[in-house]
Design a protein around this ligand. Structure first.
Ligand code: FDA
Length: 368
């Protein structure tokens, strides 16, 4: 018998939930992470007394009462609701598209007026089958919303003109004909009081966690330590890229401390014009209603992904999905290794989905 029952590669939400649940069942776990901190992409760093979301803004939301109760058993959540704005050439618009946005765009007072405006813009174009993302978006919301609030942002995000992006990226666009600015429709929403690190600390508790350790640099040694492995890193790397690399879109964050207590009056403001190189500005203190004398902001720039850069968004096109399927076929045959999390499953997951998927894998694994 080896020293540990489980070696958990990656201390993000998936690894932390799995470790917590295995530990609760009397199993001995060792969690490792190649970063210098635990928590994966939900990790926050304190600067000026403010929890800075180092890997992009994170707002917890779910409709699942069990998952909401689960996270609240480790940390309580505040009443933050995500209300995002768009800045287009110096004018502000509420998001997601709702009556406030339509009033700002066209001074539409009633839902009927706004609907008529959108309908006439769509009709004018007479698009039968949208051939690309641009045509798809216009066929859903008309030209004004598209030109001012979607086009530039999407082109920055993907690094390509909207006419060269496939239509399927946008299946539907949420349009509301009421004055509700709440970004999410979910029943539960908030930010952990004291930040996401509290959630991770609650999950990991006293479980042994070693940082600054890359699994692939110590593979044999680490494998020898535990009976089973929970792997939350990149699945293509696990298999030495034998079928090729899975592609991602990356991000670059530029952080700045400002000598003012309130820079933009909101946690997230999107910049939707193509000419501004970043897609959004995050003012972190607003997630926790902070009253610190200074403020910390982050400008988020999308960028091409290369092997040295953080993989943020999987590019789930046909080519990549086919490659992933080959790795997946090997993974299901693997004994003693459980794959989970966004990198091993090559899929975008929200936090509540990751927790749900970790709890489901735990239940299946332990037969409970
Ligand atoms: P995660 O990436 O967090 O953890 C994996 C860990 O494994 C990392 O710590 C990594 O260092 C480690 N690791 C990888 N390879 C390793 C190796 N070889 N050796 C050792 N360690 C290794 N969700 C939501 O609900 N609301 C939101 O507002 C947002 N916002 C958001 C913004 C942005 C920009 C992104 C990219 C994502 C979001 N999300 C989100 C999604 C959220 O970040 C996501 O669901 C979870 O962080 C995923 O947790 P995982 O454990 O799967 O991966």
């Amino acid at each position: 018998n080896k020293e540990y029952d489980y070696l958990i590669v990656g201390s993000g939400l998936f690894g932390s939930v799995f470790a917590h649940e295995a530990n609760k069942r009397g199993k001995k776990c060792l969690v490792i992470d190649k970063r210098e901190h635990a928590g994966g992409n939900v990790y926050c760093e304190k600067t000026e007394g403010i929890n800075v979301h180092k890997y992009g803004p994170h707002v917890f939301h779910t409709n699942d009462e069990n998952i909401w109760n689960y996270v609240n058993s480790f940390v309580s959540f505040n009443h933050f609701t995500c209300n995002t704005l768009a800045n287009y050439k110096g004018d502000l618009y509420n998001l997601p598209f709702n009556m406030n946005t339509f009033y700002q765009l066209w001074e539409s007072i009633t839902p009927d007026e706004a609907k008529e405006k959108i309908r006439s813009q769509i009709a004018e174009l007479d698009l039968k089958t949208p051939a690309n993302l641009e045509e798809q978006a216009i066929s859903l919301v008309g030209t004004d919303v598209y030109e001012k609030l979607i086009k530039g942002y999407t082109e920055k995000q993907w690094g390509r003109p909207a006419t060269e992006l496939p239509a399927f990226i946008i299946k539907r666009l949420p349009v509301r004909f009421n004055f509700d600015n709440n970004y999410f429709n979910d029943k539960y929403q908030g930010i952990p009081v004291g930040g996401y690190n509290k959630l991770i600390e609650g999950l990991l508790g006293t479980i042994e966690t070693r940082l600054n350790i890359d699994y692939f640099e110590n593979r044999e040694e680490l494998n020898a330590l535990a009976d089973q492995i929970v792997f939350t890193g990149k699945i293509d790397q696990f298999y030495n890229y034998q079928f090729g690399q899975l592609e991602y879109r990356s991000l670059r964050f530029e952080q700045e401390t400002l000598n003012t207590d309130n820079y933009q009056g909101n946690a997230i403001i999107n910049y939707t014009e193509r000419e501004v190189p970043y897609t959004r500005v995050i003012e972190h203190k607003h997630f926790e209603f902070g009253t610190q004398p200074n403020t910390v902001i982050t400008r988020e720039y999308p960028q091409e992904w290369t092997q040295e850069k953080e993989p943020y968004y999987p590019i789930n096109n046909t080519q990549n999905n086919q490659v992933f399927q080959k790795y997946q076929d090997l993974a299901v045959k693997e004994t003693g290794v459980i794959f989970g999390g966004r990198l091993a499953e090559y899929r975008y997951y929200d936090m509540h989905q990751i927790i749900g998927s970790a709890l489901a894998k735990v239940a299946a694994h332990f037969n409970d």
